[in-house]
Structures are given as C-alpha cells and as structure tokens.
Design a protein. Structure first.
Length: 475
C-alpha cells in the first residue's frame, strides 16, 4: 500500500484551519459574530447547492480522479526526459507557469538547480514566464540547448508571449537538428483549439492535453503541472491523492465543516466590510510561490466588472504576497497599524523537513545567547505565533491554515482547497469565476499593436486614442 492510501496517513496529513482571529469572540467588535455567519446560512446553502449542481461543468474537479492513464504516460515521458537531459525548460505564462513553479518550490530541494547532478532527482528546471529579452538571453547563456528538453504550455494555444518564446526556441532547435525537433520539444495544449496543436502535429511533438473545461488557473493538477513535477521526481500520484482527499472533504455541505466553503465565506464577509485586500503569508520558503499561484487564481477569478445578470459588480479582493518571517520586517507594520482593509491568511507548517539547531555562542551577550539551544524551527514558529498575536491584538482579521508537513499529499490538498474556495467565493459574489475578459482585452490590444491579422478594428480603436499630453510627462 502506498502511504497516501493509508487512512491513518491521510488523517495525519489533514490541513487545519484556525479562524479564531476572524471571529468576534477573539477580536471583539471588528470580528465576525456567529450570528452573522448563521444569518448567511440560506445563502451559503444555495451556493453549495449550485456548486454541486454545476460540478460536471467544472472539469478541474475531476482531475484528482480521472487521470490514471495520463499519469502513466506522464511518468513514462518524465522517466525518459530524466535519463537524457540536463535541463527542462517550461515556456508558458499565467496558469501555464505559476503552478509548475509553486509545486517545484514546495516539493523539491530548495536549491534544486544548484545541486550536483547525482544529488538531483531530475534535470535542472527553468520556467520562462515572461518575454523580457534579458531573461531569454540569460537562459540561453546558462543552458546547453543540446542537453535540454523544452516544454511549451498554452491552454488557448495562441498566447503571444508563449508563441514568441516558442518561435525563438524552435528556430534554435531547427538550426541544430534540422527538420526533426520532436525529441526536444513537448507541447501541452487544448486538443482541438488554437495554434499550438497545429504546430505540435506539424512537428510531430509528444503532446499532452489540457482537458476541455479546465481553465488556465485551474490547470495545475492536469498535465500542465504534472509533467514538470514528474520530471523533477515529485510523486504526482500522491499529489493527486491529496487533492482527491480534499475533494471528498469539500463535499461537506455544512460550511463550518468544509474548509474551502468556510474560507470563501469568511473572505466574502470581509469583502462586504470593505476588506478588499487578501494577504497570503506562508511561514516557509517552500510555500513562497504558492502565494503567486494563489494570487492569479483569486485575482483573475473574482475581479469582475459585472454580475452574472450583467449588472455592475466590480468585485474582487486584491491578493498580496508576503513571506514570513521576511516580510515581518517589511509589511507587518502596515498589517497591524494600517487601515482595516485586509484579511491576512497565515500559512504554517507543523513539521519542517529538517531541524536546524542554533548552537551555543557569545554567552557574554544575553540578547544574543537567549537564542542558543533553540532551533530555527522553534524560532520561525514562535515568530509566526507572535505575528498572529500582534495582528489579532491590533484588531485586524486573520486566520491560519496549517500543513502538518509539506509533502505532495498536503500540497494536493492545499491547491484543490484554494480552487474550490475560489469557485465558492465566485458563487457568493454571483460572478463568473471562470472567465477573464479583462485579460483578453489586453491580449487583443497586443495583437493589434503587433499587426496580427483580424485585429484592424482594435488597431483603429487604439489609434483613435488621444495623443499623450506632453505636460504630463517628465524626464
Ligand atoms: O487563467 C487563465 O486562463 C489565464 O490566466 C491563462 O492562464 C493565461 O492567460 C495563459 O493562457 P494560455 O495558457 O492559454 O497561454
């Protein structure tokens, strides 16, 4: 039996949500009263009903359960890549990059790329999620292309940033290998739509698909995230098992017992009170990029101009990424003494994967030597508790999600919980959490500016913009 199949392991790895510091009992007037939560009960029940009724349209909810065959194929491809290359480079942006980065940071060695080859579980990983020319040039300076496999990922199959990266890489590959570049480039995209699938067929690339109904920011648990994770030696079956466990837990209709519904409800109440900033503050470097992944999920899903019926909405909560303890020395002053416009989610860990004692020394300096005999583990956890306390004492809303350990199972739980939480918040806000019309506008304007056929009207719209007034430009 795999450990993730063992009910005792699953129970030990269950996430913990402590929302005392959101509630009036702890926070006084600024907190949420139980009566306020209870009064929302019919609304919450209706939202839970709607989410379950629409479950079949949310194909990302099937991912923990329906990928046995695809996981086998991914593992086979990953094993081959691990054998024959030194570098694995992901080309993608948004949902096609943030998940792979977050999971790699969470579940691989924190200096993974710097480890000597024999100590690494797979090739070095680089994710290029921007079109900064200096980053592309820098990448090409540090990799040997002949010892590299590239993985281009785009759900839509047409995102300009990713397509330009692909054009650069495929040009280099064709110069080296001639016509057949199929051994050096893998595609992940929609099976039918977009241009990447056409290119993949033309170049006869190994291709994995983003299932229909799985949007970019909900795609980490499909091949988009699984291939990179498997290449880097992460147990993707355990990752999916963690997500499946959370899916089961998220079937609970009682909002106070369902972690995703509960967190979404608390965020919703906070938004109604004008707390339109959502800070995610992990106390673990391994979880640092979970905040980046979550920022896209929360911002793009909930930041909407209209309700489902077309009436004005302008909803959303601005996600802020913070890192404990680093940002205690940067942002916590604002969190304790600044405006009452935010909710802080602390992300803690019970057992870090290593223990680092603080040795004895400088005993003549009591202000230093009080640390001796403790460990960095005790220190980081004490600082988390102290910051939670300071934030609570200042009357600001916060809660804590704790991972018993950081491992594939708990990361699967966490990602899936955040996804359901986002969907439930969308339901409460009565908006479409699964589109991104604001992003599309920018994409279309870029196409128009760069002369993509079919965008003449947008080009004319941009050209009709008033000239930039020189009196408002300095320098
Ligand atoms: O959530 C989304 O769908 C978007 O943010 C996408 O992830 C992002 O725009 C990249 O799109 P694509 O994967 O189609 O290149």
């Amino acid at each position: 039996m795999k450990r993730y199949e063992d009910p005792a392991f699953q129970t030990r790895m269950r996430l913990r949500i402590d929302y005392n510091n959101m509630m009036a009992l702890q926070l006084g007037d600024r907190g949420i009263a139980d009566a306020e939560l209870d009064a929302l009960a019919p609304r919450l029940a209706a939202a839970a009903e709607a989410l379950e009724a629409n479950r079949s349209q949310m194909r990302w909810r099937d991912l923990p359960h329906n990928q046995n065959q695809i996981v086998e194929e991914i593992e086979k491809t990953a094993a081959d890549i691990r054998l024959r290359c030194e570098n694995f480079v992901v080309l993608g942006i948004g949902g096609s990059a943030l998940g792979p980065i977050a999971v790699q940071q969470a579940l691989s060695h924190l200096r993974y790329n710097d480890l000597p080859n024999e100590k690494r579980r797979g090739p070095r990983l680089f994710v290029i999620d921007n079109v900064d020319p200096e980053s592309m040039a820098a990448l090409l300076d540090v990799i040997d292309v002949q010892k590299t496999v590239f993985n281009v990922i785009t759900k839509s199959g047409g995102t300009s940033e990713t397509m330009s990266q692909l054009l650069i890489v495929s040009d280099i590959l064709h110069r080296i290998y001639g016509e057949d570049i199929s051994g050096h480039l893998i595609a992940i995209t929609d099976e039918v739509r977009g241009n990447l699938i056409k290119i993949a067929r033309l170049e006869q690339l190994t291709t994995f698909y983003v299932p229909d109904g799985v949007g970019g920011r909900f795609s980490e648990l499909c091949p988009v995230g699984l291939l990179t994770a498997a290449v880097c030696g992460i147990d993707i079956r355990e990752l999916l098992a963690g997500a499946a466990y959370m899916d089961e837990w998220c079937r609970e209709r009682d909002v106070r017992k369902n972690p995703a519904y509960l967190l979404a409800t608390l965020a919703y109440i906070a938004m109604q009170r004008g707390c339109n900033i959502n800070v995610l503050m992990p106390y673990a470097d391994s979880l640092k990029y979970i905040s980046d992944w979550f920022a896209q999920l929360w911002a793009e899903s909930l930041g909407k101009r209209v309700h489902r019926d077309g009436s004005p909405a302008h909803t959303g909560q601005t996600p802020v990424k913070a890192l404990g303890v680093t940002d205690q020395h940067s942002q916590v002053q604002l969190y304790t003494e600044g405006p009452f416009d935010k909710v802080i989610t602390f992300l803690g860990v019970d057992r870090y994967r290593t223990e680092v004692p603080i040795p004895k020394g400088y005993s003549h300096l009591p202000d230093v030597s009080f640390l001796c005999g403790h460990s960095l583990n005790e220190l980081i956890q004490a600082e988390q508790r102290a910051t939670e306390y300071a934030v609570m004492k200042s009357g600001h809303l916060s809660h804590t999600i704790t991972l018993p350990e950081v491992n594939p199972f708990t990361i699967g739980e966490l990602l899936y919980m955040f996804e359901v939480m986002t969907a439930f918040a969308g339901e409460l806000l009565n908006i479409n959490a699964f589109d991104q019309p604001g992003v599309e506008e920018g994409k279309n304007a870029t196409y128009a500016l760069l002369g993509k056929p079919g965008y003449d009207e947008k080009r004319a719209e941009l050209a009709a913009q008033p000239e930039r007034a020189p009196q408002y430009i300095i320098g």
